[in-house]
Design a protein around this ligand. Sequence first.
Ligand code: TMP
Length: 221
Amino acid sequence: MVAGTAILSAMAKGWFITFEGGEGTGKSTQLRLLNDWLRALGHRTVHSREPGGTPVAEAVRAILLDPALEPDGLSEIFLLEAARHDHVERVVRPAMAAGAVVLCDRFTDSSLVYQGLVRGLGWDEVETLNHLATGGLAPDLTIVLDMDPEVALARAHTRNSEGTARENRLDDEPAEFHRRVREGFLELAEREPDRVRVIAADGPPEKVFARIHPVLPEALR
Ligand code: TMP
């Protein structure tokens, strides 16, 4: 509770916190836990995701995740950035201006890693497109959930076969793809150690969350 009290005043201006990581690392679960934790402390929160978060961006998400459609790399990044611009302008900026804590499942860093690094479009090129789409808005804090992709994928596939999530185009990529995604996020954390924190994502959700919430007061000072 001491940590919680400490972040109350720090968050008066509105904050933007993103969760990143490979498939099956438990981002959505941790985001929900953080959302509940912040609300219990009296913060107003907005819980969103990318691609998605607005009707336009959710429609783009359906295109991007449809296994029957295979946009090439450049088409894919433009679709992502179109969805992102809509989401930033209609959801993220207004919520922050109103003093809310915005929690987002993936953001610009996913584009840097998946499209820039792994798909080979180039880090700087994607950074330029990210900047255009967001008007330069960057998260105050990014939590990267890190774990062995084989374990994470096995978890994601169990989840999918239980019908709690749809199988998507990127879940079907080979193991090497997911290994490079993991390395990409670790590289990102090395480039921006103040903003990006790597959290070990193995273990039960409450154990992982116990590693996450202590990061907030320090990171958001
Ligand atoms: P997920 O958020 O449910 O994991 O699914 C979204 C998929 O979209 C995931 O495989 C990662 C991918 N993605 C990108 O390739 N680039 C991006 O910029 C974003 C936001 C997501």
